[in-house]
Design a protein around this ligand. Sequence first.
Ligand code: 4NP
Length: 159
Amino acid sequence: METKRILFVCLGNICRSPAAETIFGKLASESGLTVKVDSAGTSGWHEGEKADPRMRHFAKERGYNITSIARKFRPTDFDDFDMIIAMDDSNYEHLINLANNSGHKNKVSRMAEYIREKGFNEIPDPYYGGDEGFTLVIDLLEYGSKKLIADLKKKTNDK
Ligand code: 4NP
């Protein structure tokens, strides 16, 4: 089976996208899917930093060990990944504006596609809020990751 390369993108790469990378990566590997995962920020504000301690704490409580180090999205990511998944609409618009051909634009999608039934159209930014924002991010990412895994498995089976 070919290895899917998936990049999760948010603003700072210290809260939502490192959580997405870790949660999706763990659930995908438990489900037997071969994937390469990474995450990046549309900004480089936190480049080189570990994920936000609050995000790491609440993820750990749910069995996810976030170890990624923040980096900024780079144009070569458009070639290095098959899917580039934005956490919110602003991240999505940013990525679409950076893409300079339709092949690259077509790789960009929103995590929201996988969480519609939950009544959310974005993964809400938890950075300036309370603890409940972080647990909500984990809930939505677990739900969305399972949907995405089911989608990828279906596509492989349909081939
Ligand atoms: P993230 O959250 O995009 O989920 O990593 C944020 C992290 C940092 C900032 C904003 C959002 N910031 O303004 O520094």
